[in-house]
Ligand binder design. Structure first.
Ligand SMILES: [Zn+2]
Length: 363
């Protein structure tokens, strides 16, 4: 049995340690110490991902993973509990994404140790920079990992909702080139980069394209003064799909929209496309999916195998041949000041993880 009070204490303690992406040193060493106290050997890679290992009963290694960074730049987060739900006291995020995942892993490990329960050999990865487009996981040497299957704790929703597929994502950065001129004296000598960007954005596919495909423009910046025809605009966006072909063709359509708009105005656009991560889809028959589903059912949850709209470190592990199911920690409204987590949901996610780990102990 997991210890609910200890789980909450751990979570509150983690939330109070500042760890925006890129500033994970303090929480990283805190977590390493905690894992070592639980008998793990630990190591950091050069960018700060924490990898811990604990031998168990014979059998296959099991990966348990969450990320230690929190989105954005919020620090000084102060959690408060109201009516069984944990919120942030101020206008910051709570950081339950993904400290609820980290807390669940620690509580399960502590319970296993305390009660001397059998478990498979465990490999724990707590990544950095997940909120920067899976930066930490992308730079992790997955070839060194021993596990071939795992559980990633980085999702919301009911405990029986198991994520088995997620989209790939292209990060898009466009620099639209124009020609500056005096807007009143000789506008005809200029090429208005804002106009070119506007035409491209108006023409490109945007928003929900279909049930598994989306795109967005999230940042547009450019121009220097009211009376100067702008010579440069930077546009940052993204394309996602759970279908690799659709992602390729969506990204191509967006590129076409920018190149055509630039051509109409006899100018150019520099396009920078980065595949942040690839899509994946696990079959229902995958052993880790079956184990998670059986565990969820045993705990009385209705099992739904879900397609996610967002990437997690699971995208990287699955691409590396480590079959990972993503389970809910109970986090809700993440990436906003209304982020919260119900204690009952956090407990349910932790108990589900406990059940999965116990079921995979063969010794
Ligand atoms: Zn997350």
């Amino acid at each position: 049995m997991i210890n609910q009070d200890r789980l909450i204490d751990t979570f509150l303690e983690l939330v109070r340690i500042d760890s925006p992406s890129g500033q994970e040193a303090e929480i990283g060493s805190h977590l390493a110490v905690r894992l070592q106290a639980l008998g793990f050997t630990t190591e950091f890679d050069e960018i700060g991902n924490l990898v811990g290992r604990l031998n168990g009963a014979d059998g296959d290694w099991l990966l348990l993973s969450a990320h230690m960074d929190t989105v954005g730049t919020d620090i000084g987060i102060e959690p408060v509990i109201r009516d069984g739900v944990i919120y942030s006291a101020g206008d910051t995020i709570l950081g339950g994404d993904d400290k609820s995942g980290v807390a669940a892993i620690l509580e399960v490990l502590q319970t296993l140790q305390e009660e001397g329960l059998p478990h498979p050999p465990l490999e724990v990865v707590i990544s950095v920079g997940e909120e920067l487009g899976l930066y930490g996981a992308r730079h992790l040497d997955t070839g060194k990992l021993r596990a071939r299957q795992g559980v990633v704790l980085d999702s919301g929703g009911p405990a029986g909702h198991l994520v088995i597929s997620a989209p790939g994502q292209d990060s898009l950065v466009f620099t639209v080139n124009g020609v500056s001129s005096h807007a009143g004296a000789e506008p005809e000598r200029g090429i208005n980069a804002i106009r070119v960007a506007a035409e491209a954005i108006a023409a490109m596919p945007m928003g929900r394209i279909d049930f598994e495909t989306t795109s967005n423009i999230g940042i547009i910046e450019g121009g220097t003064a009211r009376n100067i025809v702008p010579d440069r605009v930077r546009v940052v966006g993204e394309a996602r799909s759970r279908d690799a072909k659709k992602l390729d063709s969506l990204t191509q359509s967006i590129l076409d929209a920018f190149n055509e708009a630039a051509a109409r105005h006899n100018t150019s656009v520099d396009c920078n496309v980065t595949r942040a991560y690839n899509a994946y889809r696990l079959s229902d028959e995958t052993p880790i999916v079956q184990a998670a589903a059986a565990a969820a059912r045993a705990q009385g949850h209705e099992v739904v195998l879900c397609n996610s709209g967002g990437g997690t470190d699971g995208n990287i592990y699955n691409a590396a041949g480590i079959a990972c199911v993503v389970i809910s920690t109970g986090m809700e409204d993440v990436h906003t000041p209304s982020e919260h987590i119900a204690i009952a949901d956090m407990v349910a996610g932790t108990e589900l993880l406990m059940e999965i780990v116990s079921r995979l102990a063969t010794g």
